[in-house]
Structure formats: structure tokens, C-alpha cells
Design a protein around this ligand. Structure first.
Ligand SMILES: CC(C)(COP(=O)(O)OP(=O)(O)OC[C@H]1O[C@@H](n2cnc3c(N)ncnc32)[C@H](O)[C@@H]1OP(=O)(O)O)[C@@H](O)C(=O)NCCC(=O)NCCS
Length: 182
């Protein structure tokens, strides 16, 4: 499969509405990956965005399928640096995984980060075995593991930090990023 082409017919939208608080709850919950606390945090970012607008730094993309929303991504500039962005969340409805939805969302996030002057995209995930498919996903998408913080989340649960230089797309846009000091 060309991984940037979803098997399912998808529409992408970046407007956020109050119904998306519930959409994000359903999507994160259905993934089976996130704790109730993490689900709450994801929902609170939607609220933050609705209350404070794009200036709050949280940008959303929703992947709309024929009948329902199938996935979402949330990203934004990293600690006020325009060249570095953080992919805070990406989640695809549990029943719709491995059909290209995550690839489509990520590709669009990358385009938008470049368009806004970004060059680097960072993502953090857990070292736990259940996150192996997630780590595979990032590695297949060109992210490099640049740091591991041992026992960061809990004992035997390290934080894995992956970075991706967005490359030609950003070079074409004239963006120049600098390496972030770890
Ligand atoms: C990680 C996630 C966003 C990927 O989205 P997706 O729609 O399932 O992934 P895609 O179908 O676009 O697959 C993209 C690539 O990842 C690989 N991949 C997808 N699912 C995989 C799995 N279960 N195991 C191994 N590789 C997998 C695919 O082979 C594909 O590789 P390719 O591009 O070389 O063909 C999604 O699976 C998900 O929501 N996971 C649970 C939540 C999560 O971990 N979120 C990230 C932490 S915030």
C-alpha cells in the first residue's frame, strides 16, 4: 500500500468544535492504549483550543470517514520555537488501524508544520511492549530515536523521544531549523 494514501475515503478538517471533545474521548478510548487520565488530557486540549483559539498552540486535524471521525492528530510549536513542532497526539479508531489513516494524518501535519516555518517534528512515546507498533509506525515514517529517558513514566516505562527533519518540503519553503539541544 502507498502508505500516504488511505484505503478509506477520508476528509481532513482542522476546524475544532465542541462535539470534538467527545470525538477525541471516543477515539482515544477506542485505541485501548491510553489511561483514563491520558484520555482526559487529550479532551482538555480540545477545550483549551476552543476557549483560547489557535494562539494556544494546539492545532488539530481530524480524519473524517464516510460515517464517523476515524482519527485525529494534535500538534504545535515546541516551547515557542517556530522551527520545532511537537506531535502531541495521534490516534486512530481501534477498528480502523493499519489502513493508512495515521499515515494520512501525519503527512498532512508535516505539510502544515513546514508551511508554518517548522523544520523538525518531535514525538514522545513509551518503551512498553504494547507501544511497539507505535514505535514501528514512527520509525517507518522516518523518525529517529534521539533520546531515551529511563523510567521516565514509571519503573520499566522509559520515554522514547523521536525526531524527524521534514526535509525537502521545508527546504523548498526556505525554512532553516537548528538542532535542539537535548
Ligand atoms: C500509531 C497509529 C496512529 C498509526 O496509525 P494507523 O492508521 O494504524 O497506521 P497506518 O495504517 O497509516 O500505517 C503506517 C505504517 O505503520 C505500520 N503499522 C501500522 N500498524 C502497525 C502495527 N500494528 N504493527 C506494525 N506496524 C504497523 C504500517 O505497516 C505502515 O507502514 P508503511 O507506511 O511502511 O506501509 C495508530 O495505530 C494508533 O492510533 N495507535 C494507538 C494510539 C497510539 O499509539 N498513538 C500514538 C501515541 S500518542
Amino acid at each position: 500500500m502507498d502508505s500516504d494514501t488511505a484505503v478509506i475515503d477520508l476528509g481532513l478538517r482542522d476546524e475544532v468544535c465542541w462535539e470534538d471533545v467527545e470525538t477525541v474521548r471516543v477515539l482515544t478510548d477506542s485505541s485501548g492504549f491510553f489511561t483514563p487520565k491520558e484520555v482526559e488530557i487529550a479532551m482538555s486540549l480540545v477545550v483549551e483550543r476552543l476557549e483560547h483559539g489557535p494562539g494556544c498552540g494546539y492545532h488539530f486535524l481530524f480524519a473524517q470517514g464516510p460515517d464517523s471521525c476515524l482519527g485525529f492528530a494534535c500538534y504545535g510549536p515546541f516551547e515557542n520555537r517556530s522551527d520545532w513542532h511537537d506531535l502531541y497526539w495521534i490516534a486512530v479508531r481501534g477498528s480502523q488501524r493499519s489502513q493508512g489513516v495515521g499515515s494520512r494524518l501525519l503527512a498532512e501535519v508535516e505539510l502544515r508544520v513546514c508551511a508554518s516555518g517548522g523544520v523538525w517534528l518531535r514525538v514522545e512515546t513509551s518503551s512498553q511492549p504494547r507501544y511497539e507498533p507505535t514505535r514501528n509506525f514512527y520509525e517507518r515514517k522516518g523518525f529517529l530515536l534521539t533520546r531515551v529517558d529511563i523510567d521516565h513514566y514509571a519503573k520499566d516505562d522509559d520515554r522514547c523521544i523521536y525526531d524527524k527533519r521534514l526535509g525537502a518540503l521545508c527546504d523548498d519553503a526556505g525554512n532553516k531549523g537548528t538542532i535542539l539541544q537535548q
